[in-house]
Design a protein around this ligand. Structure first.
Ligand code: GLV
Ligand code: MG
Length: 325
């Protein structure tokens, strides 16, 4: 390991993150009772300009009025380029109850964006005597944000998680797609003719680089990487496939833009029983190996060594965190 130690963000479960438009208060109670690990009440893109002020009031009231259980509760403010953002932060932090855990910053582009909001939050919290410091969730969803993702991830001690906002990211990078997340038939490799002359089409994941880059920036700074929305909420199989891919790359969770996606995300982002059992066997086998003075042994015909213990511990710790929730 490096001599540099990485401070870890507070350990919260973040398998599913439910998006709830602040302009639709009739959805709040169901969200509060849902199985989502995190709920964010949205003041940004799910709210029309004419509804922004009302949504802000709804959200401030809902934070104190509903029983949010053990969920982490977040508010997505508007972007720094709008004239709504300062009042989102000021009104929410001045008026909302201490139940609020997080502020979600959309379209973050530079470390200075985070610095500016940190400064505002710090002043309000001090002035109002708020005891709990809000943490930050940042949506990486522009080319600028992705370019600066490492500086953004390190920009504030409040930072807790990075989120991949695939819809805005596609727009910002001018990607040729109109769906929100998922596979694209145009992002495929046509094989050279096989022996029998047939050619096959192998679909690729056009979001691979972006998610992998965000995961590195998040993990190098002790933050949770979270995959963003999947628009086609009627296609559970495709959602599960996208969530599994994100989990394999290191993401801790995925957004749910529809309540039906909550359990799917929780399931896909939890290690399976088989994975945990194997992880425990690896740890046990390595303990035996250590007693015998060996650094590497074989288990089920495969090499395992000290790196295998570290991989296995990630799974076992995650399972323990879920069991304790
Ligand atoms: C989320 O905000 C997205 O743009 O995908
Ligand atoms: Mg967005």
């Amino acid at each position: 390991m490096s001599f540099k130690t990485i401070d870890q963000a507070p350990a919260r479960l973040n398998r599913s993150e439910l998006a709830v438009p602040g302009s639709q208060p009739q959805l709040f109670e169901k969200a509060a009772k849902s199985a989502a690990d995190v709920v964010f009440l949205d003041l940004e893109d799910a709210v029309a300009p004419d509804d922004k002020e009302k949504a802000r009031k709804n959200v401030i009231q809902a934070i104190g009025d509903f029983d949010w259980g053990r969920k982490a509760l977040s508010v997505r403010i508007n972007g720094l380029d709008t004239h709504y953002m300062y009042r989102d932060v000021v009104d929410v932090l001045e008026q909302a109850s201490g139940r609020l855990d997080l502020i979600m910053i959309p379209k973050v582009g530079t470390a200075a964006d985070v610095y500016a909001i940190d400064m505002l939050c710090t002043q309000i919290e001090t002035a109002k005597g708020r005891k709990k410091r809000v943490g930050f969730e940042m949506i990486v969803e522009t080319a600028l944000g992705m370019q600066n993702v490492h500086e953004i991830a390190a920009a504030s001690k409040r930072n807790e998680s990075l989120h991949f906002g695939v819809a805005d990211y596609a727009a910002s990078t001018k990607a040729r797609t109109t769906s929100i997340g998922g596979a694209n038939a145009d992002y495929a490799v046509l094989t050279e003719p096989l022996d029998d002359g047939r050619r096959e089409t192998h679909w690729g994941d056009m979001w691979h680089y972006a998610i992998a880059r965000m995961v590195v920036a998040a993990r190098a700074n002790g933050l949770r990487p979270v995959d963003g929305p999947f628009g086609n909420f009627s296609d559970a199989d495709a959602f599960k496939a996208a969530a599994r891919r994100a989990a394999v790359l290191g993401c801790e969770g995925k957004w749910a833009i529809h309540p039906s996606q909550i359990t799917l995300a929780n399931e896909m982002m939890s290690p399976s029983e088989a994975d945990v059992t194997r992880a425990k066997r690896i740890i046990a086998a390595m303990e035996e190996a250590a007693k015998a003075g060996k650094g590497a042994v074989s288990l089920d015909g495969r090499l395992i060594d000290y790196a295998s213990i570290r991989q296995a511990e990630v799974l076992v710790q995650k399972a323990a965190q879920i069991a304790a929730a």
